[in-house]
Design a protein around this ligand. Structure first.
Ligand code: GTP
Ligand code: MG
Length: 172
């Protein structure tokens, strides 16, 4: 963890998961309270910051967002370097994004720090009528892998803050 002029701590966290699961919208919701129905796929790497008060300490979270699409991804090892937390996101309306979690977990274990705090996030909980992955399946996978778990909606702003804070609180 690095020190910063205006904050007590500065730390890095990363977002990962398949394309179009809602990583960029979770981040824009958390950092700017914005949501975009027509957002474009991320190319390369983007960042956002948010300052959060945890107890008496002011923490600056630097959150990295990258492309879910392989061809738009930047170098993997540098993306994970120094990260203390990760949100691993799937889309509850697309089973394939849940099945692919194995690949993402393997990548996290390969490139991430051994004590990286990981929160598994099932996004788009507002689309209940199109659900393909039961909440219980997400919870069970998280338990098996030793991850935290939460379903969110970036659109309706449900549990977004909670998911990021769950990660941030465990880092401290
Ligand atoms: P890549 O950058 O390609 O990896 O995709 P991404 O994971 O960043 O997805 P993005 O945030 O761009 O969202 C993809 C699409 O899903 C967009 O049309 C969003 O509006 C939509 N979306 C994101 N979050 C939600 C949500 O919680 N509910 C609903 N209904 N749609 C969402
Ligand atoms: Mg994106």
């Amino acid at each position: 963890m690095a020190f910063d002029d205006e904050c007590d701590y500065l730390f890095k966290a990363v977002l990962i998961g398949d394309s179009a699961v809602g990583k960029s919208n979770l981040l824009s919701r958390f950092s700017r309270d914005e949501f975009h129905l027509d957002s474009k796929p991320t190319i390369g790497v983007e960042f956002a910051y948010r300052n959060i008060k945890v107890g008496e300490k002011l923490i600056k979270a630097q959150i990295w967002d990258t492309a879910g699409q392989e061809r738009f991804r930047a170098i993997t090892s540098s993306y994970y370097r120094g990260a203390l937390g990760a949100l691993l996101v799937y889309d509850i309306t697309r089973r394939a994004t849940f099945n692919n979690l194995r690949k993402w977990i393997d990548e996290l274990r390969e490139f991430g720090d051994s004590d990286l705090v990981i929160v598994l996030v099932g996004n788009k909980s507002d689309l209940g009528q199109k659900r393909e992955v039961a909440e219980e399946e997400g919870r069970e996978l998280a338990e098996r892998e030793g991850l935290c778990f939460m379903e969110t909606s970036a659109l309706e702003n449900l549990n977004v803050e909670e998911a990021f804070l769950q990660m941030i609180n465990q880092i401290h």
